[in-house]
Ligand binder design. Structure first.
Ligand code: 6PG
Length: 267
């Protein structure tokens, strides 16, 4: 798929503004989904960037505006560590959000990391999501929203460059390994991400500017730059970036894709 990227790019002055804007967008998506379907299904992103967004969601006024009991919480990926391990994405989301808001614990679904077989755990997790969410697109669960980050190699979730999960169009989750240290991960597949009604990508910091510019400049989906899978997203794609990430190193015009709406930094 060539031509303009689907979606929008929101470029703000700094990471704090980005975190606030992303949190507000999540709250709006939640309100719309609950009004239309009674629940809000979301896959949370891991890593470090989303922590500030989660903290904004867990703080008034946003905290008091969200219908937390209607949330169905999943994870876009997980490191194969215990849920109380410092590297656990579930631990990070619990610390910054889930322990601070009245979600229904029965509707919070951490990716299991204590099973003997990661592949089986990934497949089972996809089944848990399908049973909870109910709606599917080509047999893949359709979430209301997926949050994503991006690594400095343009990976997203635990879809690293050349990931074999690009070929798996029938499953929602699979096992993966992080190339840098061969550590085991469970990740949403491109098929699951592309099926979501809405995708919010949160990318901040100058270290992400080069890979982001390469991804935005790509002519189509390329497995070397996994975040380009968003070119074939079925739903809405919203990039929340600070100027450090959205402006190529050395200055110059942003490489942001041709987009429908763009909110430059407030002057
Ligand atoms: C993970 C994330 C991963 C993350 C990027 C960016 O488990 O690490 O799912 O895809 O979003 O690696 O990480 P930072 O936000 O820490 O830069």
């Amino acid at each position: 798929m060539n031509g303009p990227w689907p979606g929008e790019v929101v470029i703000l002055a700094d990471a704090e503004d980005v975190a606030r804007a992303a949190a507000e967008r999540i709250a709006v998506a939640s309100a719309r989904a609950v009004a239309e379907r009674g629940t809000f299904s979301i896959a949370l992103a891991g890593g470090t960037t989303p922590a500030a967004t989660y903290s904004h969601l867990a703080t008034a006024p946003l905290r008091d505006s969200v219908a937390w009991p209607a949330w169905r919480v999943f994870f876009g990926d997980e490191r194969w560590v215990a849920h109380d391990h410092p590297d656990s994405n579930f631990a990070m989301a619990s610390r910054t959000l889930l322990s601070r808001v009245p979600v229904n614990a029965a509707h919070v679904h951490p990716i299991p990391t204590d099973a003997p077989d990661a592949e089986a755990a990934a497949k089972n997790y996809g089944g848990v999501m399908r049973a909870s969410v109910g709606v599917t697109v080509d047999a893949i669960p359709q979430l209301d929203m997926i949050l994503l980050g991006m690594g400095d190699d343009a990976h997203t979730a635990s879809l690293f460059p050349g990931s074999p999960l690009f070929a798996d169009r029938d499953c929602a989750y699979g096992a993966a390994r992080r190339p840098a240290d061969a550590s085991l991960r469970i990740s949403a597949t491109p098929a699951l991400i592309q099926a979501a009604r809405a995708i919010a990508v949160i990318v901040t910091g100058s270290a992400k500017s080069a890979p982001l510019a390469r991804a935005w400049a790509s002519a189509g989906v390329t497995h070397d730059l996994p975040i380009t899978l968003l070119r074939e997203a079925r739903g809405s794609v919203s990039w929340f970036c600070d100027t450090a990430a959205a402006t190529p190193a050395g200055g110059g015009a942003s490489a942001a894709p041709r987009i429908t709406t763009r909110k430059a930094c407030p002057q």
